[in-house]
Design a protein around this ligand. Structure first.
Ligand code: C2E
Ligand code: MG
Ligand code: MG
Ligand code: MG
Length: 279
């Protein structure tokens, strides 16, 4: 036990809790400012290129949210997205992120990179909102991008509770031309028996299986199995978190379509992403 200035006893656990709550409160207030467009510099996006493995060229980017908090420094996306979800800020934050990503997509097209797509992560709470479809379409219209150049990334875990509702929502988005990717595939609950019914275009193989692409690992073959089965079901495959040349070669041999990972590039700020395309 530690005595504070008032002389009362605080146990270490309370202090840690309090510290965590103070931190969460600071993040929440920064998110509130960001969605009111009052702290626009705090939340921004980095863009990680996706590489077509066959043509060896960039086919698009995944937009990844970043937070640079004046008081806390860099806050990881998992942490502030989680707080946004719990504090009812994910809908406006998601809208802000979608708007930024689509505007960058438009800028890329205007600068002569018309064939690129933009992948944007979407949380379950966002997708389940009544107005989600309309707000996506409005953003697409406002920014002037083509629906087919936008891909929404959703995770398997979303399907646990609201399978039917979510699948209907995805179907509606796809009918409007928007693409859908199943993120972090293999970590969650869906099986191949189920994903064949999902209204998706792309399967993103989780980094876990890419890390297993090392000779001798008992799970070595799983990534290849996922790729083959995905192709049989008509889905495009993206390998996430590729860091080693040997993993790339393996994925190429398995005819994986797209590579994303530090081996090719880390997520980049806008200017750097544009520079990369000029090379
Ligand atoms: P994710 O959507 O699966 O994104 C891929 C994560 O892997 C990113 O982490 C990316 O920086 C990281 N990554 C990419 N290549 C490599 C690699 O070669 N090695 C390693 N070690 N990591 C790699 P990040 O940016 O920290 O994002 C973490 C998660 O936060 C995302 O996972 C996504 O679930 C969530 N997230 C990020 N931005 C958003 C957003 O705008 N909205 C929502 N709802 N979630 C977001
Ligand atoms: Mg993602
Ligand atoms: Mg992922
Ligand atoms: Mg992930």
């Amino acid at each position: 036990h530690v005595k504070d200035s008032q002389g009362s006893n605080h146990c270490f656990f309370d202090m840690v809790m309090e510290h965590g709550l103070v931190r969460a409160r600071i993040i929440e207030s920064e998110l509130e400012k960001a969605v009111k467009r009052a702290g626009q510099e705090t939340v921004f996006l980095h863009y990680q290129p996706q590489l077509d493995l066959k043509a060896e060229k960039v086919i698009g980017f995944e937009a990844l949210a970043r937070m640079e908090c004046p008081r806390l420094g860099t806050v990881p996306p998992m942490e502030f997205i989680d707080i946004a979800e719990k504090r009812h800020l994910i809908a406006p934050l998601g809208q802000l992120i979608l708007g930024m990503a689509c505007r960058f997509q438009k800028r890329l097209a205007d600068e002569g990179h018309g064939e690129l797509r933009m992948a944007v992560n979407v949380s379950a709470i966002q997708l389940l909102r009544e107005d989600f479809f309309d707000s996506v379409m409005e953003t697409v219209r406002e920014t002037g991008i083509r629906p087919r150049d936008l891909e929404l990334e959703i995770t398997e875990s979303m399907f646990v509770d609201n399978y039917e509702i979510i699948n209907e929502k995805l179907e509606k988005l796809r009918k409007a031309g928007i693409k859908v990717a199943l993120d972090d595939f293999g970590t969650g609950y869906s099986s191949f028996a189920r994903i064949k019914e999902l209204h998706i275009d792309t399967v993103k193989i989780d980094k876990h299986f890419i890390d297993r692409l090392l000779v001798g690992d008992p799970e070595e073959a799983i990534a290849g199995d996922i790729i083959r089965l995905s192709h049989r079901l008509g889905f495009t495959t993206v390998a996430e978190g590729v860091e080693e040349e040997s993993q790339k070669e393996y994925l190429k041999a398995c005819r994986c379509d797209v590579l994303q990972g530090y081996l090719f590039s880390r997520p980049l700020e806008e200017g750097k992403a544009l520079e990369l395309l000029k090379r």
